[in-house]
Write a protein of this length. Structure first.
Length: 475
């Protein structure tokens, strides 16, 4: 469900509407879908049946949908064939390459270890999107992928075994690790978790239990180590740069973990059904006590995926007949220093034609931003291309225990202007700042910048003061 949500968010961001046609889902999932502006319609009949296919196709036509996205092994080739009708395109999310045929316009398998030969004579090359370049990440992950801090000892441990944890393994892992008093354990019970967590575990001071957390990326960003069981959570943690120990529930998950472990991106814990407490304690200690290993795992993990999977999928959908205008934000990293400074120089030259970068600006501007965890420096991406940058963050009130959200800079390169990009990324930045709980959000506009004034007024900003600078500078 979470990868469908990621694609739905991306479709929504380009101005599309999304309806989820589902037979059943946990209440928390339904509540989230509604909160994000998606419609939900309960399907009739057995999922994957002929009746289900017929009613789904009829619903799609009634809604005027252009695409039907199908995710689930129960939806066999016969179901996909029945969905086919004029004016409808099908995108299939696949994990096992086990169907006899793939009657879909696009087939997406983001897993590692699959070769195109597995789909040979079943899916045309242009319709197959294969590998980690197409991993689905929800929009909230893009805004929280910042610089990671590596303490000497990694004692903050996140335990999350999927939305439902069918083996109820997470409490066993938490109970085992809680015997080490230095560890701070966060146990996540997902939206589909129906097991009872024992009272002694709830009372343990080393364990914090979080049920269906609204901000999973924040928990991942805080954790030094995560213990999971494959799935979409694995990709999310790699993207966030967290050291991962992963169990596996099936052959595909084991295949993915094997390949990532061979790259030193993860630590393979084997099958969930073969859980061994002693092996867990040993593996966690080895990673917790090695800062260099955690740093290495983080670096390699972040190299596995760049977070642009949904952008690439929308591009493929565009090639299949749907126009897209995807605006996303990605953190500017240290290796992009020169590229950022060149773009920033262009920005300041447009604001002031007499601007000349001094040595302190060249040497300190970027480094100061990167060193302050209250600043968020993002590339603005348009369909995956760097179209500009935005700098925002929070500041403490001078005299009171409050904080203010600040938007410092917003720049769109000339060739990308008049496409609604500035407004889209500004809205994303405002939403991110609002989640940080400021008492207000403010910004400054250079005198004469009428385009910027119009943009911010359209986003409900009001002029409340004027700023004056001493002419001629300070002698």
């Amino acid at each position: 469900m979470m990868r469908c949500l990621a694609l739905a968010q991306a479709w929504q961001d380009v101005g599309g509407s999304v309806t989820f046609a589902i037979r059943e889902a946990p209440l928390a999932i339904k509540q989230r879908l509604i909160a994000e502006g998606f419609s939900i319609i309960r399907t009739a009949g057995t999922p994957g049946s002929a009746a289900d296919a017929g009613s789904t196709a009829a619903l799609a036509h009634k809604l005027g949908a252009r695409w039907i996205v199908v995710d689930g092994d129960r939806f066999e080739a016969s179901f996909l064939e029945r969905l086919r009708s004029p004016g409808l395109r099908i995108l299939l999310m696949d994990d096992f390459a086990g169907r006899k045929s793939f009657p879909a316009d696009l087939v997406v398998n983001p897993n590692l270890g699959f070769k195109r030969e597995r789909y040979r004579d079943k899916v045309p090359d242009h319709a197959l999107l294969l590998g980690s370049s197409y991993v689905f990440l929800r929009r909230e992950f893009g805004s929280l992928r910042g610089k990671r801090v590596f303490p000497k000892t990694g004692n903050r441990i996140l335990v999350t075994l999927g939305g439902s944890d069918p083996e109820n393994l997470a409490p066993k892992i938490a109970r085992t690790l809680a015997e080490i008093p230095e560890y701070e354990i966060t146990l996540v019970a997902g939206p589909g978790y129906t097991h009872t967590i024992e009272s002694p575990l709830q009372a343990n001071r080393n364990i914090r239990i979080v049920r269906n957390p609204p901000n999973m990326p924040a928990l991942m960003a805080r954790a030094d180590i995560a213990i999971i069981a494959g799935g979409g959570t694995l990709w999310e943690l790699l993207y966030m740069g967290c050291a991962v120990l992963s169990y596996s529930r099936n052959e595909v998950q084991q295949q993915i973990v094997d390949e990532l472990a061979a790259r030193d991106a993860t630590h393979d814990m084997g099958a969930t059904k073969k859980f061994k407490p002693t092996a867990l304690v040993s593996a966690v200690a080895g990673i917790a006590n090695s800062k260099s290993r955690r740093m290495k795992m983080s670096k390699i993990g972040r190299q596995v995926l760049d977070g642009l999977g949904t952008v690439r999928i929308l591009r493929a959908m565009s090639d299949a007949g749907v126009e897209t205008n995807v605006v996303t934000m990605m953190p500017v990293v240290s290796s992009e220093r020169s590229q950022f400074l060149n773009m920033a120089r262009n920005h300041f030259l447009e604001l002031d034609s007499s601007f000349v970068p001094r040595d302190d600006w060249k040497q300190q501007y970027f480094d100061t931003i990167q060193a302050n965890r209250q600043f968020f420096l993002r590339w603005i991406l348009h369909n995956g291309d760097k179209a500009g940058f935005i700098l925002f963050g929070t500041e403490k009130h001078r005299f009171l225990p409050r904080k203010t959200g600040m938007i410092y800079e917003l720049y769109i390169a000339p060739e990308f202007r008049k496409r609604g990009i500035a407004r889209a990324c500004a809205a994303q930045a405002i939403a991110e700042l609002q989640n940080l709980g400021p008492t207000k959000i403010q910004l400054e506009v250079m005198e004469g910048n009428t385009a910027a004034v119009a943009l911010w007024k359209s986003l409900q900003f009001l002029k409340v003061s004027e700023r004056y600078v001493l002419a001629g500078g300070v002698r």
